[in-house]
Write a protein that binds this ligand. Structure first.
Ligand code: SF4
Length: 430
């Protein structure tokens, strides 16, 4: 078996010396209490009062009044998607493009939830209009839906995108507008060319809504569970921050997705490093696999302006152990009960022979961004989210195949020394 011991395992480390920790403990990861914005700033009042007509693509923070933009006519997309679509200039470190076109619903009133780690949260109403808020570290330009579809339809099979994902937010119009965006997309674009995923918002959904999206041609349905335990869920996106989400309802919709979308066609997002143990996360990954689904991982990053922006990003050794454990459970048939953990829930044995573990590490796929698959392989995500959970200087999720130098760095972070020479990484050309 591959047994190793992380430095400091089994020893108590005071929370005050956060820099020295090799994991983010629960006691440390306490969000700030949200401050209620003044009445005149709530519900997009500024944007609604100004009622500036949009002129095509809107680039956030562009020193003009934020226009009045609303889905389904408008959607937002990541900076990476806008560059790939050709509506924004820019270059990305070591990436020529992204393979996933995320379409985020947008309204002047914004998301009505208050999740503590999220840049889109409601408590920011006074500080920044919704369309100008940063989300997973980047700006999200707003683009007319029709223009977006025209470009992808025009490119046909030559499109760089392997998948499109409609990202819902907590808003009373979100369910109906998701349907409208999906219909508009599938009317013009063959879902076998660019399949569609739904990143759902269960709070406003019922089972019939999940069924309707399946019937309209959605391929994969995911639930942004984000928190690995009910306590962390409540603290970061429920009552703890005056937010409407409930762990129980998220699981109901996840089970509906399992029934309706079927095996390998549903999954959940999990953020690593918000105070859970590695055992908590990997047990959740196992639960999802046992249901027939997948997990998509995000490394916690202190998003600017969020209620957790004062907290440390997930230490790289915690993150790498969880990435590796998740990959083994999701794609290599290893079970969490074959792994061993120390007293603080950290992995000390991945449950497979050392030679096999070496091969998995050296192939590098385990350390790439995880998400719904594209056209390369089942275990390679279309959703590569370049630098969505880390700066390029200290990559958490690799949006490309890690090269030999990257693997050496990953091994240093994991503190696992290779037993043999490192071969070329798999699919290094994609
Ligand atoms: S529901 Fe989603 S978009 Fe809204 S605050 Fe929570 S994480 Fe952010």
């Amino acid at each position: 078996m591959s047994c190793y011991r992380p430095e400091g395992a089994g020893t108590a480390t005071p929370a005050a010396s956060a820099d020295a920790l090799d994991h983010n403990p629960y006691a440390l990861m306490q969000p700030r209490v949200p401050v209620r914005p003044p009445k005149e700033a709530r519900n997009g009042a500024r944007v609604i009062a100004n009622h500036v007509a949009p002129q095509g693509v809107y680039l956030p923070n562009n020193n003009v009044l934020t226009p009045y933009m609303r889905s389904p006519e408008y959607v937002q997309m990541s900076t990476a998607a806008a560059i790939t679509l050709g509506i924004m200039k820019g270059r990305m470190y070591r990436c020529s493009c992204t393979r996933c076109l995320n379409l985020l619903l947008t309204y002047p009133e914004g998301c009505r939830a208050n999740c503590a780690y999220c840049g889109l949260a409601r408590h920011r109403e006074a500080e920044r209009d919704y369309a100008d808020r940063n989300f997973i570290r980047v700006d999200w330009p707003a683009v007319p839906l029709a223009q977006t579809i025209d470009i992808v339809a025009r490119d046909g099979a030559a499109t760089p995108f392997h998948r499109m994902c409609i990202s819902m937010i907590t808003h009373p119009r979100s369910d109906d507008d998701t349907v409208t965006v999906l219909k508009a997309w599938t009317d013009r674009i063959d879902p076998s060319t660019v399949p569609v995923s739904i990143l759902s918002n269960p709070t406003t959904m019922r089972r019939e809504d999940v069924q309707r999206l399946k019937e309209l041609g959605a391929d994969i349905f995911t639930v942004a569970l984000d928190a690995a335990t009910p306590e962390i869920f409540d603290r970061t996106r429920g009552k703890g921050v005056q937010s409407p989400h409930s762990w129980g309802h998220y699981w109901e919709i996840l089970e509906d997705a399992r029934d309706i979308f079927g095996p390998q066609k549903f999954g959940a997002h999990i953020i690593v490093g918000m105070g859970e143990t590695e055992h908590d996360t990997l047990s959740l990954v196992q639960r999802l696999v046992d249901m027939g689904g997948h997990s998509h991982m995000f490394c916690f990053f202190p998003e600017k302006g969020s209620l957790m922006d004062h907290l440390p990003a997930t230490p790289r050794d915690q993150w790498r152990r969880v990435q590796l454990g998740r990959y083994l459970i999701d794609y290599r048939g290893v079970r969490v009960d074959r792994m061993r953990f120390d007293g603080e829930g950290r992995v000390i044995d991945f449950g497979i022979p050392t030679g096999e573990l070496d091969d998995v590490i050296d192939q590098g796929v385990a350390f790439r961004t995880s998400g719904c698959p594209g056209k390369v392989a089942e275990d390679v995500s279309a959703c590569d989210r370049p630098y969505g959970d880390s700066p390029p200087s200290d990559i958490a999720s690799y949006p490309f195949a890690p090269n030999r130098g990257d693997i050496r760095k990953i091994r240093r972070q994991l503190r696992i020394v290779p037993k043999k020479a490192v071969p070329a990484t798999r699919d290094a050309a994609d």
